[in-house]
Design a protein around this ligand. Structure first.
Ligand SMILES: Nc1ncnc2c1ncn2[C@@H]1O[C@H](COP(=O)(O)OP(=O)(O)OP(=O)(O)O)[C@@H](O)[C@H]1O
Length: 248
């Protein structure tokens, strides 16, 4: 059933991090694209039930996360890979994912089956016995993805999962998202490339407000309408969404 947010406003002290944000996301990948400080982490944290809804409403799979019952029900269907997460270097990959599956409510007799299937889906099959500390950055992010999806969430929140990865590892991660889940995925990124390549829907956030909602093709059309420049149509569309028609 996806995610729906209407009129969401969240403030830290008196400063709004999100102002009257509305969006809907269906199964598939929605990229939350925006510069640093746009409010991406704040939005994902509210949906992850880690931060209170200020004003407005937010639904995860039909559950209102502004209510205590809604938050409890939403947690049962959520997968969340925060921007920063710790893994125990000495643990095996299989134990790491099995533990996450167990913590997310998978029955004990099923955790290793779920864990090894999740490792398969992110291209870490056959490496379950290796230690976490031996992984590269890209492999570590894919392990995090396996851990966040082993219990079969229907809504998956990925906060800047490709930050710090080289281009090849980013491509690999984006492909792994598609094979790991058919959930409603919200993937935050500050990289246009991620949004254009990975997403069915792009939501551009800047300074806590929604500036664009549409497909990658819609973004390119927005850019093309501005006329030829040195940048690609997608880049031009991103600039128009951020700054309007003025050339920066
Ligand atoms: N705990 C906090 N206390 C006060 N202000 C905060 C806090 N967390 C975030 N902010 C502010 O809220 C705004 C949105 O931050 P947020 O982290 O949600 O943006 P973001 O798009 O995820 O940025 P980044 O890509 O840098 O992580 C920023 O202006 C930030 O400084």
């Amino acid at each position: 059933m996806g995610v729906e947010v209407r009129g969401l406003t969240v403030a830290y002290r008196r400063r709004n991090a999100l102002s009257d944000v509305s969006l809907a996301a269906a199964p598939g990948v929605t990229a939350l694209l925006g510069p640093n400080g746009a409010g991406k982490t704040t939005l994902l944290s509210v949906l992850a039930t880690a931060q209170p809804v200020g004003a407005g409403v937010a639904f995860v799979d039909g559950q209102d996360v502004g209510t205590r019952e809604g938050r409890a029900a939403a947690r049962d269907v959520l997968g969340w890979l925060p921007q920063r997460f710790d893994l125990a270097g000495g643990m095996s990959l299989l134990d790491t994912v099995a533990f996450a599956a167990w913590a997310n409510g998978v029955a004990e007799r099923e955790v290793f089956g779920h864990a090894s299937a999740a490792l398969d889906r992110v291209d870490l099959a056959g490496r379950g016995r290796e230690r976490v500390r031996t992984l590269s950055g890209g492999q570590r992010q894919r392990l995090g993805l396996a851990a966040a999806t082993a219990h079969g969430p229907s809504v998956l929140l990925l906060d800047e999962p490709t930050a710090g990865l080289d281009p090849e590892q980013r491509v690999h991660f984006r492909r792994s998202v598609r094979s790991a889940t058919d959930a409603t995925v919200l993937l935050s990124t500050h990289l246009l490339d991620d949004a254009v390549q990975a997403a069915d829907q792009v939501v551009i956030l800047a300074e806590g407000t929604v500036r664009f909602v549409g497909s990658p093709d819609d973004l390119a059309r927005l850019g093309s309408a501005r006329g030829p420049g040195t940048e690609s149509a997608h880049e031009a569309g991103y600039l128009v969404a951020l700054h309007g028609d003025e050339k920066p």
